[in-house]
Design a protein around this ligand. Structure first.
Ligand code: ADP
Ligand code: MG
Length: 335
């Protein structure tokens, strides 16, 4: 392998941190499932607007390619070298930030999880992908009420299912054999969902059509605990839960709301500046890299490593309380 040619304006963390000496140390290495640096970088090489630019093909990627991955991880999650990840998934009590339901349309909290012993989605083969689906379905069958529900295979058309991966995921190899062994588990009340073989083996999701996020969080941690009795998730004592994208390791948690902020929509520099200070990420209405429709933003915690799950939900709560106050102030000053 020769030193990769990143696109001219590539801004990814991988492009930034891949020095010649790191490259030389890693170029001939392979993980225990055979994943290489070339594959790890393919999405970042093909997409100049990649943010991270490197994907893990298995848990071992984080060990074998740590010379590159650690600086990327430290910069994305803003953690110091040597940070040991800690988990805290005890229940929370938080006041509803929008009791009159003026701003928040819905809350969605998800965690990324991968099964120990299987390559991750960029590198998994057909048989193992099928096995991941089978093991997950077996676990879903034993879930008690209110978590019990049904598994919908992606082979049937259904609009609650996730979309085929975008060009970043495509270049990483995640869309191979689409839609085989992809699907979505949904509890009977639809509030607890698990995506199978999207960007990670599992995306465990809790959703509500209100902003009372403690309810959503507490449901998620209970559901996760039930699944953990049946499934063995890839975990590292320093990096926490491992995921195909380094931005998702640690808690694996993205806690977010769909929130309508018509005044802040008019002043994007204020919204983005405030969000940054609050450790929040702002996405478009239909997910990452989509546009904002009808002033509805997807706002969520940005860091997932070096903070606990409880910290993730508290970051979201504190930030949303602040943004709602700002939105209300701007609205008053205009009327
Ligand atoms: P993730 O990688 O965290 O799953 P994506 O942005 O890739 O996030 O996709 C999330 C999907 O869930 C998108 O279709 C998005 O519109 C939807 N979504 C995200 N947040 C919410 C929310 N608070 N309420 C309802 N739907 C949401
Ligand atoms: Mg996604």
């Amino acid at each position: 392998m020769i030193f990769p040619v990143f696109p001219k304006d590539a801004s990814s963390l991988a492009a930034k941190h891949l020095t010649q000496s790191i490259f030389n140390a890693l170029k001939n290495k392979k993980t225990n499932t055979g994943y290489t640096l070339n594959r790890a970088l393919s999405s970042g090489i093909q997409n100049k607007d990649s943010h991270i630019g490197v994907y893990a093909g298995d848990a071992d990627t984080y060990r074998v390619f740590s010379n590159l991955l650690l600086p990327v991880i430290q910069e994305y999650h803003r953690v110091l070298p040597g940070t040991v990840h800690k988990s805290d998934r005890t229940m929370v009590t938080l006041p509803d930030p929008d009791p009159h339901r003026r701003y928040i349309l819905s809350t969605r909290i998800r965690v990324a999880r991968n099964l120990k012993g299987y390559a991750f989605t960029p590198f998994i083969d057909t048989q193992h992908r099928k096995r991941v689906e089978h093991l997950s379905i077996t676990a879903f069958k034993e879930l008690p009420s209110p978590f019990s529900g049904e598994y919908i295979s992606m082979d049937c058309t259904h609009d609650i299912l996730f979309k085929k991966g975008d060009r970043f995921q495509d270049a990483a190899g995640i869309n191979r054999d689409w839609p085989a062994s992809r699907g979505c588990f949904m509890s009977h009340d639809t509030r607890f969902r698990v995506w199978i073989n999207e960007e990670d083996h599992l995306r465990v999701i809790s959703m509500d059509n209100h902003g009372d996020m403690a309810t959503t969080f507490n449901r998620l941690v209970t559901g996760l605990e039930l699944l953990e009795k049946k499934l063995n998730f890839a975990w590292d004592d320093t990096l926490g839960y491992l995921a195909s994208c380094p931005s998702n390791i640690g808690t694996g948690m993205r806690a977010g709301v769909h929130i309508r902020l018509p005044h802040l929509f008019q002043t994007p520099e204020i919204l983005h500046g405030e969000a940054k200070k609050l450790n929040l990420q702002v996405r478009g209405t239909r997910g990452e890299k989509t546009r904002v429709e009808d002033a509805v933003f997807d706002i969520s915690n940005e860091k997932r490593l070096g903070i606990t799950e409880k910290d993730c939900i508290k970051t979201l709560h504190r930030g949303i309380v602040h943004l709602i106050r700002l939105e209300a102030l701007q609205s008053k000053s205009k009327h």
